[in-house]
Design a protein around this ligand. Sequence first.
Ligand code: GLV
Ligand code: MN
Ligand code: MN
Length: 414
Amino acid sequence: MKTTPEVNAARLLKSVADFAAIGATPAGGVNRQALSVEDRAARRLLVERALARGFTVFQDEVANLFIRREGRDAALAPLLIGSHLDSQPTGGRFDGALGTLTAFEALEALADAGIETDRAIEVVAFTNEEGSRFSPGCMGSMAFAGVANVTDWHSVAATDGARFSDELAATLNDLPEAEISPIGHTISAFVELHIEQGPILEREGVPIGIVTAVQGTKWLEVAFSGEAAHAGTTPLEFRKDPMAAAAAAIVRIQGDIMPSDPDARLTVGRIAAEPGSINVIPGRVSFTVDIRHPDATILAAIERRVRDECQAAGERLGCKTVIEQRVDMPPGRFSPHVAQAIEDGCAAQGIACRPMISGAFHDALFVNRIAPSAMIFVPCRNGVSHNEAEFVTDDHIMIGARALLGAVVKLSCE
Ligand code: GLV
Ligand code: MN
Ligand code: MN
């Protein structure tokens, strides 16, 4: 190695600000949902920067975007680093983008220092991690890991009515510079940096979390069908009111599951009534349930409980109940080898760190199924995320980038 690679603070912080401007919301967050015009603009900016640095770019059939810097030995599988660029509709500027941009900064730092790594390094921006515009989340990493096929989602409709296959094709065609290769090439390992999205690191004053596991997630869509009727003229005994069923079911599952298990998480994040008129008893009400738990058996038991409560509420109120599972992500345990490389990189630079479990799912959960993976967490203010107020200090951005670079050097030169 010629010199030690160094993160360029001014460049990285400017890069975070430049990407935050794409899809910027008035409240200081971003709306850059998967495969949208804004998502495409962010991909374009990354590709332009990559080509300007002499890196190569390519994408795969699910529009995962890769930036590659060659290593000494072309026979060695590349090290993969990165995250995603899509956001929640009222998302923050760091969820996903920070992992992608610190990974790109690592490539630039290696190039600045003239360092030739043994294996190539690829930065990835995975497609649709968030799952808010098109469900499920982590489409890109699931397809990359062979857990699902891109064709499974072609007819998926976006929350804005667009079709997945159309938006995917438009996104792929928007980057003619990035050749399209088959999904799922061999990699040696994967490291993803991300904001913690929870309060632990900030509370403990530790700048780096080394993520050793991710809790499991299940997403359900519950729909009650009753009978649309006049709000003013229909007495109680004539009503088949799916809103009453939904309210009863939500009160039961919210009131019981989390209060009785501090490790459980349950969220009803979206509810829709049809026809959605103030003076019409709805004919149909649907809502989503997001359930999380680190233990797969308990997670399955919570799902059964939610299903039972919803069926019972539907029956009590004369409604038909249909429950569909949209996402089933079992808990995952990351690679001790990759976690150790992160820890060694931190130790060498005097960066304090601690092991932790991720409450959020991440692309690394799926990549870990085909290659040893682990994650680096940095603190975010008050643990707030999936919110325009998401905030990470410049210091923590820099420490995270240095921790990532340390791990990258270890894992690409071994
Ligand atoms: C990821 O965005 C999650 O919901 O955990
Ligand atoms: Mn994310
Ligand atoms: Mn997210």
